[in-house]
Design a protein around this ligand. Sequence first.
Ligand SMILES: *[C@@H]1O[C@H](CO)[C@@H](O)[C@H](O)[C@H]1NC(C)=O
Ligand SMILES: *[C@@H]1O[C@H](CO)[C@@H](O)[C@H](O)[C@H]1NC(C)=O
Ligand SMILES: *[C@@H]1O[C@H](CO)[C@@H](O)[C@H](O)[C@H]1NC(C)=O
Ligand SMILES: *[C@@H]1O[C@H](CO)[C@@H](O)[C@H](O)[C@H]1NC(C)=O
Length: 386
Amino acid sequence: MQTRVIQMEDGKENGILIRSVKSKPFPAKLLLILGLFLAFALTVFVISVSTIKYTGLQSVVTTVTSGFVTCREDEPNSLSKWIQPPAVLMHNMSDEELLWRASFWPRRKEYPFQRVPKVAFMFLTKGPLPLALLWERFLKGHKGLYSVYVHPHPSFTAKFPATSVFHQRQIPSQVAEWGRMTMCDAEKRLLANALLDISNEWFVLVSESCIPLFNFTTIYSYLSRSKHSFMGAFDDPGPFGRGRYNHNMEPEVPITKWRKGSQWFEINRELAATIVKDTLYYPKFKEFCRPACYVDEHYFPTMLTIEKPMALANRSLTWVDWSRGGPHPATFGRSDITEKFFEKILDGKNCIYNGRNTSMCYLFARKFAPSALESLLHIAPKILGY
Ligand SMILES: *[C@@H]1O[C@H](CO)[C@@H](O)[C@H](O)[C@H]1NC(C)=O
Ligand SMILES: *[C@@H]1O[C@H](CO)[C@@H](O)[C@H](O)[C@H]1NC(C)=O
Ligand SMILES: *[C@@H]1O[C@H](CO)[C@@H](O)[C@H](O)[C@H]1NC(C)=O
Ligand SMILES: *[C@@H]1O[C@H](CO)[C@@H](O)[C@H](O)[C@H]1NC(C)=O
């Protein structure tokens, strides 16, 4: 009701404006007609006021505004335009335009509508999603609490049935290369598109080889109750940490704030906006962190350590196995998927959650080969709870 009343007042103001602008050059006859019209309007107004007295405000407001309801969809300033997520994810905005648009930021703490915060799952992929069926099962029954975004290689077009959670969730994409700024650009593109939905509150970056380790309810409550965002960020004094630092990045990026971390993060809306709005650190990293400085391991952890250190848990929620050595982590296939394997992941460590010790350190795991799908679907209800 409140929005309707506001719209009605807007309409009135427009009318007055037009009238006062046009009235000057009018001939006398028209002025007379105008005068008669004003008298008529005044009469209607007086009658309305007395009607309000006798029949109550409610009914009059409804009658008067009903004429405006038909225009609501075209109303450029209606609140719904700001609340409704874009119906179509594909758009023609350049990255520059998108980042600008996504950096709009409400300054008031309270939302003037019922906002149910959602988890945005952002899939950074090469192409197909071989584990899609597992994710479908994980998300089933939780509509309204999540949204899905897919950034594949630009030559790839995903085809999912209308019933799928991945149906038409592809965003405009560009080539992303490991260890290069184009990878951070892709992650920023995912964040920016997801920020366009005002209800997205937590932003989880995953790949096509990631799986959830718990049911949706558990993951939602872990994220929503956390006081911190989960971005891996540590100070590595060795050649693969501080050794990659370039002093040309000073003074914006001092070496004491130089951090390293896995690219798979979970951040809240405030941090997502901080990343999307950044124009200060970006040029420094783009110019001075090139292979063998792998920018996707340093840019976000370092800039957030400078900008919002207290908001960071400094650990990632995504389990990965580097124990086999080499430049790539282990990939697990059909024969690896056993109860023992998951026991090791789910109960192997101790970490801090909201200042307390917990053994629940990871909510997601990678990397899983397409061949693992069947075994995962089989084991998920018993071990992973979905
Ligand atoms: C993008 O622009 C092209 C032509 O300029 C147009 O055909 C297409 O419909 C536009 N797509 C969207 C999503 O607006
Ligand atoms: C999710 O998992 C938790 C913990 O394992 C369990 O208590 C809860 O019932 C599960 N929720 C659903 C909806 O299956
Ligand atoms: C994460 O690291 C920053 C500094 O790098 C620190 O200020 C912050 O307290 C750390 N977060 C936690 C949860 O310890
Ligand atoms: C967490 O556990 C370790 C021992 O594993 C203990 O030293 C530490 O004090 C605990 N921290 C908190 C916050 O309880």
